[in-house]
Design a protein around this ligand. Structure first.
Ligand SMILES: Nc1ncnc2c1ncn2[C@@H]1O[C@H](COP(=O)(O)OP(=O)(O)OP(=O)(O)O)[C@@H](O)[C@H]1O
Ligand SMILES: [Mg+2]
Length: 298
C-alpha cells in the first residue's frame, strides 16, 4: 500500500479535504495552516502591488499562485521572505508573526525559496553552492569553529551528509564538481532547487519553477516537486504560469490580478472561474495555456 506523504499521515480520515464546519473543524484548520496571510497589502508609490490579500497554506500541501504578469505574485513571495514590509495586514508562519524576522533570519526560521531569475554563485561549483546554502543551518559559534571542536566536526559531517542526500534526490551527482556558469539552464534550475532544500525548510517557495524549461524538463520538474512534498514532507507555495504543471501538482490554487485575489479553490475550479478567464484575456500566452488545460480536463 502506498502511504500518504509523511506530513499528512497524522491527519484525520478525509485529510486536508475534510469539509469544514463546527468549532473542532475550524480549530483543526487553524492548526494546519503553516502560513497565514490576512489582509496583506503593499504599495510602491502609486502602485498597489498587493491589495488586501488573505490566504492559508496548509501543512503538507502544494499551493499555487497564478495570475497574469504584474499580478503581484512575486511581491507576495518578497513579503514572505521579508524583502519588503507589508503596508497593511499580517503574515504568520507556524503561528508566529513574520514581521519580527529580519530577511537573513527567514531561512533559519524554516522558509526557503527559489527566484524567478535563478540566483546562484555562477563561478562556484554545484557542491560549493549547496554547501553555502547549507551554512545557515550551522549552529556552532565562531570560537568552536576556530578550535575545530568535536561539535564542529560533527556539524561538518552532518552538512556533507545532508548535501549528498539532496544531490542524490535530485540526481545531480554528475554535476557535483561542475561550475554553475557552464551548466545548461535546466540543470541550473534544479541546482537552485537543491540549494533551497539544503537549508531543510518546512516551507519552500518556488517562483516559476518551469520558466525557461522545455516540455521534458517541465515534466521532470513536476516529479521533483511531488517527490519533495512526498519524501521530505515539505509544504510548497509556488508561482507558476504553466497550467499543465499547475493542474498536475497543486492541491489548491489562488488566482490574483492587479494585486487582488480573484478566486481560490481546486485547479479545475479556479481555471474555469469567469473572473480568472477574464483576467487572462489579452495575455495571449497565459490564456492559451489556460484554454488548453481546460480543454484537456474535459
Ligand atoms: N520594488 C518594486 N518597486 C516598484 N514597483 C514594484 C516593485 N516590485 C514590484 N512592483 C510592481 O508591482 C506589481 C506586481 O509585480 P510582481 O513582480 O509581483 O508581479 P508578478 O505577478 O510576479 O508578475 P510576473 O508574472 O510578470 O512575474 C507590478 O506592477 C510591478 O511593476
Ligand atoms: Mg513574478
Amino acid at each position: 500500500m502506498k502511504l500518504p506523504p509523511r506530513s499528512l499521515r497524522s491527519l484525520p480520515p478525509g485529510g486536508l479535504q475534510s469539509p469544514s464546519g463546527g468549532r473542532a473543524a475550524m480549530e483543526a484548520e487553524v492548526t494546519q495552516a503553516i502560513l497565514a496571510l490576512r489582509g496583506v497589502s503593499v504599495r510602491f508609490g502609486g502602485v498597489l502591488a498587493v491589495n488586501d490579500v488573505s490566504f492559508d497554506v496548509r501543512r503538507g500541501e502544494i499551493f499555487t499562485l497564478i495570475g497574469p504578469n504584474g499580478a503581484g505574485k512575486t511581491t507576495v513571495f518578497n513579503l514572505i521572505s521579508r524583502f519588503y514590509d507589508a503596508t497593511a495586514g499580517t503574515l504568520a508562519f507556524e503561528g508566529r508573526s513574520l514581521g519580527a524576522l529580519a530577511p537573513h533570519q527567514v531561512a533559519g526560521a524554516g522558509i526557503a525559496r527559489t527566484f524567478q531569475n535563478i540566483e546562484l554563485f555562477e563561478h562556484a561549483t554545484v557542491l560549493q553552492n549547496l554547501l553555502i546554502g547549507r551554512h545557515i543551518r550551522r549552529r556552532t559559534g565562531i570560537w568552536s569553529e576556530m578550535l575545530f571542536l568535536p561539535r564542529v566536526r560533527a556539524a561538518e559531517r552532518e552538512t556533507r551528509r545532508k548535501v549528498e542526500e539532496i544531490i542524490e534526490l535530485l540526481e545531480l551527482q554528475h554535476y557535483r564538481d561542475a561550475l554553475v556558469a557552464g551548466l545548461p539552464y535546466g540543470v541550473r534550475k534544479v541546482v537552485e532547487l537543491a540549494r533551497a532544500l539544503c537549508t531543510e525548510p518546512r516551507l519552500l517557495l518556488l517562483d516559476e519553477p518551469s520558466s525557461g524549461l522545455n516540455v521534458e524538463e517541465t515534466s521532470d520538474m513536476a516529479f521533483w516537486i511531488q517527490d519533495i512534498r512526498r519524501d521530505l514532507g515539505i509544504t510548497i507555495l509556488m508561482v507558476e504560469h504553466d497550467m499543465g504543471l499547475v493542474s498536475k501538482v497543486s492541491d489548491s490554487v489562488l488566482a490574483m490580478s492587479q494585486g487582488a485575489v480573484l478566486a481560490q479553490g481546486s485547479p479545475a475550479q479556479v481555471q474555469s472561474d469567469p473572473a480568472v478567464i477574464e483576467a487572462y484575456l489579452g495575455t495571449s500566452e497565459d490564456a492559451g495555456s489556460l484554454r488548453r488545460q481546460r480543454e484537456e480536463g474535459r
